[in-house]
Design a protein around this ligand. Sequence first.
Ligand SMILES: C[S@@+](CC[C@H](N)C(=O)[O-])C[C@H]1O[C@@H](n2cnc3c(N)ncnc32)[C@H](O)[C@@H]1O
Length: 327
Amino acid sequence: MMARSDPLRLETLRHLFKNSPLKDLDAVTSADYIASLNHGDLPRWLDALDKLPPVIPSSVDLKTQVRIGDSSDASREELEALQELLQLFIPWRKGPFTLFDIQIDSEWQSGLKWNRLLPHIQPLAERKVLDVGCGNGYHGIRAVGEDANLVIGLEPYLIYVMQFQAVKRYLANYPCYLLPIRLEQFPGPFNYFDTVFSMGVIYHQKSPIEHLMQLKKTLRKGGELVLETLVVEGEKGYSLTPKDRYARMPNVWFVPSIETLVCWLERCGFVDIKVLDTAVTEHREQRKTRWMPFESLEDSLDPINQSLTIEGLPAPNRAILIASIPD
Ligand SMILES: C[S@@+](CC[C@H](N)C(=O)[O-])C[C@H]1O[C@@H](n2cnc3c(N)ncnc32)[C@H](O)[C@@H]1O
């Protein structure tokens, strides 16, 4: 069974990189590697992927949203089966996705972030894109909608990898792929990508500088980094390290001021650093839905003072920066 021996269906990518530095893909994508991740739900998820109805979408829009096919492409039984299978991958945090008119209303309206950055970055057409910490691949799929040549996402959290696989099932010929690994495990190619995204990732790193150095290694000369992160008010040099959780998240290590972030980028050798946007996260962008019924922003903020998290820290404020590698 193809889906079992090649659980992530990466044949095309293997072929593409046969003689390149990415030829060692097997080490991080084979059935053995996926099994070694030893996730209890994996057999159930792989089974669900196998059962996805083989429907062919009559239309695909990845440019203004992620909308694949419509309900007239499938029978009622197929639509019911699809809806049930997609629910096995709850929680859907990033999205939304519309598959054959089934609306996966995710926790995050990820298109809002995309709209904030897209007008300001190098056009993605014909570019090779790496999306580090891509979640279920929503932004990478939108990059394909902008005619990127190749998009590779890196994401260690398996349920998001599975969500991507479910959507990708209906985007078989589109050049987006996801590797179930952390950036630290990326086997290359290095000095290769035209655009590298790191969005919502750096504050989860114990060493943000190491993260920036690794991102830099993946970019070709003249390539562009798109860095999105939580930030706090503060002077150059200041960053917040929560004593414990931040907005209920247990794994937040450094939330820098914008000036500190610029300084980190400069120290790592990036140039042409620009702040594109800052935005306080609002309930319309992050909220509980039927497809993500667990705690969300409303549970993470102080109920009386919404400018604070429930831990009494500054409420989430996010910035998007771009930076380049010198030519
Ligand atoms: C907050 S989510 C952001 C998802 C998406 N980039 C977005 O902007 O909506 C951060 C993701 O980064 C992943 N992640 C954390 N550290 C990582 C690392 N070192 N390499 C690759 N992914 C990482 C997490 O598993 C998580 O899914």
